[in-house]
Write a protein that binds this ligand. Structure first.
Ligand code: FAD
Ligand code: NAP
Length: 582
């Protein structure tokens, strides 16, 4: 039956096909998964809610959006030809270029034909008789697949706080994570930005260039380090490409999955003068590597206090109005929430038309037709930018009714926080996989590396299941419980577990407080995944296999056999948990 969209126009007919695999999402994870599935000869279909590929980079088109892991590393590594032929224009490339890269991947690897756009998966239901998933969409599709692969993204479900009086506001309200494709002209407008996380940090300096008045509503002051972004010259690229495989290998051996200079020395072993010099040099390098100034900054509070004070002083040096400067100075652990990387963020508060409103003690009261009320004062704005982030890690899972064995839903199972073995699969949900799921390094690593490693592992797993004619695979409860406990346990070593970040779900009222990503370091995690594979899926049950214990034919995972770079493991962290802790 032909479907109609909201405008009543006829659209494509609903589908009832059968596939080996259905992949949900066409960001980098969905694209690479499809590429691997095709390479293995599996039939596959990808459903994507957006009208194009790219995921994050399709949706987040706000002014100033760019990556904060250097582009040469924030990119796929599975094809040396791809590495050699693609040219990044900047150290941290802007959103349009990253989106162009995603489109290039789709075209170069001929993926578009198997992606169904403008279609949101609404339900996935496991059939225990056939060991298959029924996948349903908002366009009436009802397709069956042996494997259901969640490539739905960790930061893809926008958080829209329920501000009172929202519908009274006469102007437009934009969310950074769903930015209009045609762009927004803030010329001549009074703009209010809510939030001071990474999206706000990037967009505020750009919006300030257009708006006649900009009011920023800040709940928690944010730590941010200058990007010192720059164009990449042809000579630089040539040289980098000549050494690309070595860079990729070094990156994989790092706890964060990307390479940067790292000083293993504990901060307090240095004199205060040495520390000052070290921090100054790291500040000059800028970006996330600033946290590599010393080895113990994220698990020794006294060490952290030293980098925090250095960064506060930088804010005081930059921001001329002392009251504004103090408001902008964070007092939580440095790097506890995701560290921001900016271009002229703090400098923007020196502009006469930019105002900072503290909503930490007196929250936003309500929207009115003309503005935003805080503590009885109405701030007049013509447009509002909600830079309020995402229901991280599990938000896009929550929007799909996923029903596993015995009619149990994933939402029921995860009501106390997500539970997954290695962040790859969850007991009770056979043949359902997640790419960068909770309990994997995901958002604590350079995500494209994390995605690639998961996809390669999954591709090998699916290939193995076909080799041994297995009907289903599912983690064992005890292994899943042990892994979830380990993820939680390791997180306690890190100061990152101490603040109300989206890593612990604390940005959304009512969410269980659980540290969701795996903080024990990318190589340690990769090693664990490899061990599981090499032991013919220890911790998983394969049903119907000709031989459960046949060693898998490893096709892709081999390239993830990387040694941990022991030079970056802090001795104290090792002593505590025998993992590097990122
Ligand atoms: P996504 O890119 O989020 O793609 C998921 C896709 O699934 C989306 O297109 C979505 O529409 C689709 N989808 C979800 N649910 C459904 C459904 N039910 N039906 C159909 N389709 C669905 N990471 C880094 O490592 N470095 C960075 O510099 C960096 N910068 C970032 C900047 C921004 C602004 C944001 C928001 C995130 C950034 N990240 C960064 C994290 C980023 O999300 C990942 O790097 C990566 O792009 C995730 O890819 P993905 O394919 O896993 O998920
Ligand atoms: P975020 O980090 O969660 O920031 C959201 C901001 O909105 C926070 O300042 C938050 O305050 C504020 N907020 C939320 N609800 C509010 C409310 N009811 N009232 C007032 N303020 C409220 O979200 P994000 O900036 O979109 O970034 C999310 C993640 O995406 C990042 O951490 C990063 O991983 C990724 N990202 C990366 C880049 C990049 O540089 N490449 C850019 C954007 C995003 P509190 O802190 O008090 O909760």
């Amino acid at each position: 039956m032909a479907q109609e969209n909201a405008a009543g126009e006829a659209t494509r007919p609903a589908e009832n096909g059968t596939f080996d695999a259905v992949v949900i999402g066409a960001g980098f994870a969905g694209l690479y998964m499809l590429h691997r599935l095709r390479g293995l000869g599996f039939t596959a279909q990808v459903y994507e809610a957006g009208s194009g590929v790219g995921g994050t980079w399709y949706w987040n088109r706000y002014p100033g959006a760019r990556c904060d892991v250097e582009s040469l590393q924030y990119s796929f590594s599975f094809s040396e030809e791809l590495d050699q032929e693609w040219n990044w224009s900047e150290k941290y490339s802007p959103q349009p270029e990253i989106l162009a890269y995603a489109n290039h991947i789709a075209d170069r690897f001929d993926l578009r034909g198997q992606i169904v756009f403008d279609t949101r998966v609404t339900a996935a239901t496991f059939n225990e008789d056939t060991d298959t998933w029924l996948i349903e969409t908002d366009r009436g599709d009802r397709v069956t697949a042996k494997f259901c692969i969640m490539a739905v993204g960790c930061l893809s479900a926008p958080n829209r706080p329920a501000f009172q009086g929202k519908s009274d506001f006469r102007g437009p309200i934009y969310h950074t994570g769903e930015w209009p494709h045609e762009g927004v002209d803030f010329g001549g407008l009074r703009v209010g930005v809510i939030g001071t996380g990474s999206s706000a940090i990037q967009s505020i300096p750009m919006i300030a260039q257009q708006a006649v008045q900009l009011t920023v509503f800040q709940r928690t002051a944010t730590w941010s380090v200058p990007a010192w972004n720059e164009a990449l010259s042809a000579e630089y690229l040539k040289d980098a490409k000549a050494h690309y495989p070595a860079l990729r290998a070094k990156a994989r051996a790092r706890p964060t999955g990307f390479y940067f200079p790292f000083n293993i020395q504990p901060a307090l072993q240095a004199s205060s003068e040495e520390r000052e010099q070290q921090y100054e040099a790291a500040w000059r390098r800028g970006g996330l590597p600033f946290l590599g100034a010393y080895g113990d900054l994220l698990f020794d509070k006294s060490a952290n206090d030293t980098i925090a004070e250095f960064a506060r002083q930088k804010i005081r040096d930059i921001v001329k109005n002392p009251t504004t400067a103090e408001l902008l100075c964070p007092h939580n652990v440095f790097g506890c929430k995701r560290l921001c990387v900016d271009t002229n963020y703090f400098e923007t508060y020196n502009l006469p038309h930019v105002k900072l409103v503290d909503v930490s003690k007196t929250p936003i009261e309500r929207f009115t037709k003309d503005g935003i009320v805080v503590d009885g004062t109405e701030y007049m704005v013509d447009a509002i930018v909600s830079a309020t982030g995402f229901a991280a890690m599990t938000g896009s899972f929550d929007k799909i009714k996923i029903t596993g064995r015995s009619g149990r839903t994933l939402a029921e199972k995860w009501s106390g926080g997500p539970r997954a073995y290695l962040g790859l699969a969850s007991e009770g949900f056979p043949n359902l996989f997640m790419i960068t799921g909770p309990g994997s390094p995901s958002v604590l690593a350079s995500m494209i590396q994390a995605i690639e490693q998961h996809v390669d592992w999954l591709a090998d797993c699916l290939g193995h299941m076909r080799d041994v004619a297995a009907n289903s695979i599912e983690p064992l409860r005890e292994n899943e419980d042990a892994w979830v406990a380990h993820v939680n346990d390791v997180s306690m070593v890190s100061l990152r577990s101490t603040c109300s970040s989206w890593y612990v779900g604390a940005n959304i009222p009512g969410r269980p407080r659980v540290f969701m990503p795996y903080i024990g370091g990318f190589p340690v995690y990769v090693q664990k995944c490899n061990e599981v594979m090499n032991s013919a899926y220890d911790g998983f049950v394969l049903k119907g296999a000709r031989s459960n214990n046949a060693p898998p034919r490893v096709r892709f995972t081999e390239r993830w056999h990387v040694p941990l770079d022991i030079e970056v493991i802090s001795p104290a962290a090792v002593a505590a948990k025998r993992v590097p802790v990122v």
